[in-house]
Design a protein around this ligand. Structure first.
Ligand SMILES: *[C@@H]1O[C@H](CO)[C@@H](O)[C@H](O)[C@H]1NC(C)=O
Ligand SMILES: *[C@@H]1O[C@H](CO)[C@@H](O)[C@H](O)[C@H]1NC(C)=O
Ligand SMILES: *[C@@H]1O[C@H](CO)[C@@H](O)[C@H](O)[C@H]1NC(C)=O
Ligand SMILES: [Zn+2]
Ligand SMILES: [Zn+2]
Length: 431
């Protein structure tokens, strides 16, 4: 470790040589950020973003099938003269702006849509039956392209390299994990990501230091009995009754075994069994999700879910097998925001949006984000961006709703925040 004295001397020399030290760096980084929002709001950038967002919205693609979306991204990067790696993790695209040299800072957007039938009647409604950008990832891709556009215009001022991560399969596909496994982010010093939220107004953002979204795992169980005539239960072993007791018992894991101050969720969201009014089926299946904010609570829930399902099924003379989809990938960890990056976010966001438009103490919530995989290996920061639909008559629709509408006026803010977070972070690293 270099001594304080050495640093002090270096600082003194620096101070003497440069008439306006550190402050000028901060000022120039603030100035840059302010300009970014202005640029993002200019018609040539804003209209271009709206066009891109609508094009992606019309053609939603599910995880690892984002071929057209990926192609559109590459075409826009080509037009901007931005080099990229492709394919990374099937459909992923990794772009590079700046010196091409260290330090590297990454910005991430997810590309996938959901198996939801869009119910919003508008000109740019999804053209694919049963698929919709109901989580706003169309806006995420657009805003990262917006940032790319802005950054390219200021490439000479970038003190390192901004890595643009267009990631597949956020919605349960573990696309972030695959991007990491591909080694694409090997030398990255920090990573930033955002999610649109329809609840807070355009021009506002919210996040927190520490845990923000929960860890999430899925489970499915097959509970096997012995089928037979519904009128002669004594000759059967009823898996429906066993499944019912299993579901009730699973509810006790949170209410009786978890610290009430350590939030957890167990939800059984699937149940299947039987086809007839007068037949006891051979087996029933149930499935659902478990969530928590620490590795410990996730591991404990997983262990107990298995024990309770097998044990409770046995009470009713049934056998049970439990699948945690480990062959597909590990459970989604909680997103945990780095404390230093939180301070950086505060500086940048307050500068771009105004002090009153940034909530730094957003309550954590139980949804999951695979951005957490990045944060396990790279200091990372995730925040939410206001995209509330402007019409006062529009009832609130949550993410994943077939009625979700986002407000395109929010696009410049996301693009400018992305660009500012990256460039000013690289400036900060020089200090
Ligand atoms: C990371 O840096 C090392 C050492 O400079 C280099 O060999 C490697 O190729 C870099 N990885 C990527 C993905 O750029
Ligand atoms: C449960 O498994 C045991 C051991 O394989 C088997 O003997 C029994 O018949 C099974 N019971 C049911 C209801 O499937
Ligand atoms: C949780 O576990 C993962 C995988 O073992 C590890 O990388 C991560 O650092 C752990 N997180 C915490 C907060 O302990
Ligand atoms: Zn989602
Ligand atoms: Zn999402």
């Amino acid at each position: 470790m270099s001594s304080f004295k050495t640093w002090f001397n270096l600082f003194t020399i620096f101070y003497v040589l440069a008439a306006t030290p550190i402050f000028s760096l901060t000022d120039s980084s603030n100035q840059l950020s302010t300009n970014f929002l202005e640029i993002a709001k200019k018609p040539e950038v804003f209209d271009w973003m709206v066009k891109i967002r609508r094009k992606i919205h019309e053609n939603p693609e599910l995880g690892y099938e984002e071929f057209e979306t990926s192609k559109l991204i590459r075409e826009e990067l080509d037009k901007l003269g931005i080099p990229y790696k492709y394919p990374v993790a099937v459909t992923g695209v990794i772009g590079f702006i700046g010196t091409g040299k260290s330090p590297f800072v990454a910005l991430r957007a997810d590309m996938d849509a959901l198996p939801v039938q869009e119910m919003v009647e508008w000109e740019h409604k999804s053209k694919v039956p049963g698929k919709m950008h109901a989580c706003g990832h169309d806006a995420h891709v657009t805003m990262l392209l917006g940032a790319a556009n802005i950054l390219k215009q200021h490439e000479k001022e970038i003190q390192g390299t901004v890595v643009l991560v267009f990631q597949p399969a956020e919605e349960g596909g573990g696309g972030a994990k695959k991007i990491l496994d591909a080694g694409a982010l090997e030398n990255v010093t920090a990573i930033f990501g955002l999610h649109v939220v329809p609840l807070i107004p355009v021009g506002t953002a919210a996040s927190r230091s520490g845990p923000l979204t929960a860890g999430s795992g899925f489970f499915e169980a097959k509970i096997s009995g012995k089928g037979g005539h519904a009128a002669i239960p004594q000759l059967s072993i009823d898996p429906i009754l066993a499944a019912s007791n299993v579901i009730i018992s699973l509810q006790h894991l949170v209410s009786r075994e978890a610290d009430p101050l350590d939030p957890r969720v167990v939800t059984v969201s699937k149940i299947q069994g039987g086809d007839a009014f007068n037949v006891i089926p051979d087996y029933a299946t149930i499935g659902g999700t478990y969530r928590g904010f620490t590795n410990k609570s996730m591991d404990q829930l997983k262990l107990r879910i298995k024990q309770v399902i097998i044990g409770q099924a046995a009470v009713q003379r049934c056998n049970a097998t439990v699948n945690f989809f480990e062959n597909v990938g590990p459970a989604n960890p909680p997103t945990v925001n780095n404390g230093d990056l939180h301070k950086h976010f505060q500086n940048v966001a307050e500068n771009v949006l105004g002090v009153n438009n940034v909530n730094l103490n957003m309550p954590p919530f139980m949804v999951a984000e695979d951005f957490a995989f990045y944060q396990e290996v790279i200091p990372g920061y995730f925040f939410t961006l206001g995209m509330k639909y402007a019409s006062p008559n529009e009832p609130f629709q949550s993410l994943h709703s077939p009625y979700l509408r986002i407000n395109e006026d929010g696009l410049p803010y996301g693009a400018a925040l992305h660009a500012s977070l990256a460039t000013s972070y690289l400036i900060k690293l020089q200090q």
